[in-house]
Design a protein around this ligand. Sequence first.
Ligand code: SAH
Ligand code: SF4
Ligand code: F3S
Length: 502
Amino acid sequence: MSPRACDSHEERDNDSLKPETWFNTAQRTDTTTALKKKLYIKTYGCQMNMYDSARMADVLAPLGYAPSDSPEGADMIILNTCHIREKAAEKVYSELGRLREVQAGKAETGGRTLIAVAGCVAQAEGEEMLRRAPQVDLVVGPQTYHRLPELVARAERAGPGRGILDTDFPEEDKFDRLPEESRPQGPAAFLSIQEGCDKFCTFCVVPYTRGAEYSRPAADVLAEARRLVAQGTREITLLGQNVNAYHGEVPDGRGDWGLGRLTRELAEIDGLARIRYTTSHPRDVDDELIAAHRDVDALMPFLHLPVQSGSDRILEAMNRRHTADTYRRIVDRLREAQPNLAMASDFIVGFPGESDADFGETLRLVADIGFAQAYSFKYSPRPGTPASTVETQVPEEVKKERLAGLQQLLGEQQLAFNHRTVGRRLPVLLDRHGKKPGQLIGRSPYMQSVHVDAPARLLGRIVDVDITEALPNSLHGRVATAICESGADSAMDNQHVERAAI
Ligand code: SAH
Ligand code: SF4
Ligand code: F3S
C-alpha cells in the first residue's frame, strides 16, 4: 500500500468517512435519518485501512451507528491502527489514554462509549492490548471485522472492563459476509481486491498482521466496481498489500484472472474513467500487466512500485527476490509499453548491514530511474521480523543522514517532474473542495494534486486543466474545459492523456 499515510501524514484522520466529504449527500440523508448512535472511526496507516474503516461503518449501519467526525459523545469509537513502523502501538495506547475523558463525559450523561481497536496493531498486540488498556471493549483484527455486530452485542452484554478479542484468521471469507457498501465513497474510490502477503520481506510485519495472500473472485470485484460507479465514482484504485499478485477466480469459475486482465474487464464498465492500483511488487509485474499499461486507456500512467534499495546485497538480505537491475529492466519494459508512465517507489535506508557503498547504489538507482513521487523511511526494527534481531543495526545518526540525502534527491526529482507538466493541458478529476472558497482539488493522471478555481458543481467531473504553476507537492491550474450552463460541457470528461513522454 502507499505508505503516504504512514509517512508524510503519520496519522490519518477519518476524513474519508466524514459525512460532509461524502459525495452524494442526498443519499446520506436518506440512509442516516433512521440512525441514532454516533460512531467515530480514526484511521491510521494505508489505504487498505481507509477502505476497511468504510466497510466497518457499513457493517455497523444496520445496528443504528452513523459515522461522526468527532469522538465527543460517541457511542462507539474505533481506532483502526497501523503497525508498519516504530512506536505504532505506543501511539495507540496514548490515544486510548486521551479517549478516557470522552468515555467519562459520556458516562456522566448516563451513556457508554464502546472502544474498539481494529487493524494491524490490534492483530499484533491481541490479548496484550486488553491487559494494558482495560478500557478497551473490543480488539478486532483485519480479517474478522465482518463479525462486528456479534462482537458489539457481546461487548454490550459483558459490560466495561471485560474486553473481547477476535483476531482469528477465519475460514470464512470476510468479503462474503460484508454487506453491500451503504455509503458512496465519492468521485475517487478504493476497492480492495487482494489482501495479505506471502512475500515475507525480512523487515515487514504485514504478512503477520494481514495473513496469507488472498484474492477476491473477479465477479465480486466487478460487481462492487459497478455499484461504486452507479454511486458517482469515476476513478477506482484497486487495493492490495501485494495487488499485482492478484489471481482472482474468473466469473465462470474456470481459472484465474491476473491484474492485467482484471483491469481490461473493469475498463469496460460504462462511466468508469480511471483505474489505478496499489501497491505492487516488482516480482509480480507480468507480461499481461505490462500489456494492459499499453492498451487500457483507463489505466492511469502512474505506477507505485516499491524497490526499497538499489543494492543487491541489501535486497537479498531483505528477501525482496529481485535485483536492482531486474527492477531497472521492469521499468524499461513498462515505459516501452506506456512512454508516459510516471514512476513512484518506496525506499528504506539503514537496513541492517547497509554500508555507504550500498546506500550509494540506492542513489544510483534513483538517478537512473527518475521518480515522480517517492516515500522513504529509516529502517525501523519490528518485533517478530527476522531483520530486527540482526546484530549489524545501523546507528540512528547514519540513518538520519542517509534519509536526508535520499529525500533531497527524490524531492528534486519530484519538483522537476511537476515542472515538466507546467504549460500542459491535463485531464483532472476534481474530487474535493480546497481550503479556499471557490477552490476545488483534483488529481492529474500522474497522481499530482491540482488546485483550481472552479464552481462546486464540477466536483466529480474530469475537466481539462491548463497547468500554470508547479510546487513540490501540488500543481495550480486553470480549468480549460468550456462549461455550459446546462452542465453539458463541450469537452467534458476529456480523458485523453498525451502519449508523449514528459
Ligand atoms: N506491500 C506493501 C507494503 C506496505 S508497507 C508495499 O510494497 O507497499 C509500505 C512501505 O513501508 C514499504 O514499502 C516499506 O518501504 C516501508 N516499510 C515496511 N516495513 C518497514 C520497516 N520495518 N521500517 C521502515 N520502513 C518499512
Ligand atoms: Fe511487506 Fe514485502 Fe509483503 Fe510488501 S511485499 S507487504 S514489504 S512483506
Ligand atoms: Fe499499516 Fe497494516 Fe496497512 S501495518 S500499512 S495498516 S497493512
